[in-house]
Design a protein around this ligand. Sequence first.
Ligand code: LHQ
Length: 257
Amino acid sequence: MSSILFEIKDNIGIISLNRPEKLNSFNGEMSLLLQDKLDECKSDEVRAIYITGTGKGFSAGQDLSEIADTNGPGFTTVLSKYYNPIVTRIRKLEKPVVAAVNGVAAGAGANIALCCDIVVAAQSASFIQAFSKIGLIPDSGGTYILPRLIGWQKASALMMLGDKVSATDAERFGMIYKVFPDESFSQESFAIAATLARMPTKGLGYTKQVLNISLINHFEEQLQEENVYQQRAAKTEDYEEGVNAFLEKRTPVFKGK
Ligand code: LHQ
């Protein structure tokens, strides 16, 4: 069985992390496969991406037995070849990526989820910046993303103490978008991806790009970017359809073009 399951259904690229017996922790093979599948999602057929885990966890981060193996890959390789290309791909994909955190998300597993565009979690899920417990520092973009999501102080405490944050607290802190009951989690989280896959894909991709740039820009530079990207959005077929449908008082049919 492959460590990453992938299918495209109704314009949604569905990615499942699939090493359930190891809480979907990442070994090298799984990291490279995830990168391949994210690349496949560049296809026009895919208009939203849904990432989840099989079994009881989302992902426990790096497979610690692999990194402890003296014949295994070194730390520099692991970050530059495995994790950094994953989070970079997620941020650069010009379409929305939903992380459906079905269970515990720890270490790099948590930070990969948190760099997605919309993060939802099952009531019983949790988030752990587990790195400090084994003497490491948070990686996979965590030191960049987490303070921006929840503020410097809380991020600093969570990264140093390695507390387990419940899904409910994660929502309350602004770390994630929503929590759903365990029983309805897969339907409710998937419905978000299904909604996104019917929306104006190019406009959502541009929204993502301006949000990315906003992390480093001054206000006036950002206004310029909005101007540039709004003109791009206004040239899409979906914009034309959106306005026409509104004026004709009908439901728009967006094609992602
Ligand atoms: C695991 C793992 C795991 C292997 C559970 N590996 N087997 C690192 C290194 C290098 C450079 C780049 O960056 C990184 C990034 C990182 O991600 S560092 C952080 C690595 N992750 C951790 O330190 C978390 C380790 N796991 C845990 O603390 C617990 O498993 C958590 C709190 C996530 C879940 O606890 P439980 O729900 O009680 O599950 P469990 O501990 O019983 O795990 C179930 C099985 O999964 C168990 O195997 P077993 O054969 O005993 O049933 C674990 O050994 C295995 N597993 N995490 N990361």
